[in-house]
Ligand binder design. Structure first.
Ligand code: UFG
Length: 331
């Protein structure tokens, strides 16, 4: 089976390529390095000892995508490529809507033309909006809080409508909770450009001394310690969730939460990082960040029931692996 991975040089994409190759799949990567580095590709090869075909391509471009499908018999696609900075999406909504929606339209169209009948989409728990917890796949979705989140929700609808109109074209919508950590080798991991927006890479850079102090956004939420609660999932568990979804994909449209099913607070994650790595993270409390929900985590039972997948790694593994990657990284 040959799988096209868009955004395969990115954080979740690169780990998923490694997991796919380790499971015996042939991989073709398309990435334009808009938020990733070419060196990642060599590191994936080092991990798996296997090669893949690579296209430096913007997947919103119909002709470039057509070329990939013409040159390779693609059996399935995992579509990660997209912009993902929540704050930037509020400032530049059209950048997000044009890129994140156009790529899905172009890729789904190519799949149908070329008889590729498995499409795995990189969605997000953000599509649930402010909903009851735990978030379950059966819930009606509520409005998301930003254009980035809207692109995930709209892409889910684009792919659902396309699958409904094209019998035999099967779609798995994977809703990620909070991916963290890095490959156990320390060779690939999360490497955001500039100041990280997300908690774990921020903590890792404070640990390294690149950033001085972690600001904890809000300590007056209605939670056990006043800080927000999230479901942090190790990126290799998440990657293996994609392999499971490809292998067991039902006919038509299916939706799966990929999370641990357990929420922990910002303070608990910081403490876990300090303990796992035997260091201290300088921190202070700061005002709430706009758009943050107090608490959510996954109902992860459907993926276990239908895909036979569940997370295996602990929060300590996440913290240890994130730090190993940060230390190895030259910045
Ligand atoms: N936080 C801090 N300080 C920081 C960064 C984050 O206290 O420097 C807090 C946030 O306020 C939040 C928690 O850490 O309470 C997690 O924040 P992240 O930015 O790491 O993650 P989010 O839960 O906000 O968002 C993530 C992804 C989005 C995705 C969303 C889906 O970044 O892409 O989950 O639920 F849409």
């Amino acid at each position: 089976m040959k799988i096209l991975v868009t955004g395969g040089a990115g954080f979740i994409g690169s780990h998923t390529v490694a997991a796919l190759q380790q499971a015996g799949y042939d991989v073709v990567i398309a990435d334009n390095f808009s938020n990733s580095k070419p060196a990642v590709l060599e590191n994936i090869r080092k991990i798996t000892g296997r090669d893949f075909k690579f296209y430096e391509t913007d997947v919103t471009d119909t002709a470039s995508v057509e070329k990939i499908f013409a040159e390779n018999k693609i059996d399935g696609i995992i579509h990660f490529a997209g912009f993902k900075a929540v704050g930037e999406s509020v400032e530049l909504p059209l950048k997000y809507y044009s890129n994140n929606l156009q790529s899905t339209v172009v890729l789904a169209d190519a799949c149908i033309k070329h008889g590729c009948n498995k499409f795995v989409f990189s969605s997000s728990a953000t599509v649930y909006g402010d909903n009851d917890i735990p978030f379950a796949e059966t819930m009606p979705l509520k409005k998301t809080t930003n254009p980035y989140g809207e692109t995930k929700a709209i892409n889910e609808r684009i792919l659902t409508d396309t699958a409904n109109a094209n019998k035999g074209f099967n779609v798995a919508l994977l809703r990620y909770f909070n991916p963290v950590g890095a490959h156990e080798s320390g060779l690939i991991g999360e490497d955001p450009q500039g100041i990280p927006n997300n908690l774990m890479p921020y903590i890792a850079r404070v640990a390294k001394g690149t950033l001085k102090k972690l600001s904890i956004f809000g300590n007056d939420y209605p939670t056990k310690d006043g800080t927000c609660i999230r479901d942090y999932i190790h990126v290799m568990d998440l990657a293996e969730g994609h392999v499971a979804a490809l292998a067991k994909m039902p006919q038509g449209v299916s939706v799966y939460n990929l999370g641990t099913g357990k929420g922990i607070s910002v303070l608990e994650l910081v403490t876990a990082f300090e303990k796992a790595n035997n260091l201290t993270i300088p921190k202070k409390f700061a005002p709430r960040r706009a758009g943050d929900l107090a608490e959510y985590y996954a109902d992860a039972s459907k993926a276990l029931r239908e895909l036979g997948w569940q997370t295996k790694r602990t929060v300590e593994d996440c913290c240890r692996d994130a730090w190993r990657f940060e230390k190895n990284n030259s910045k």
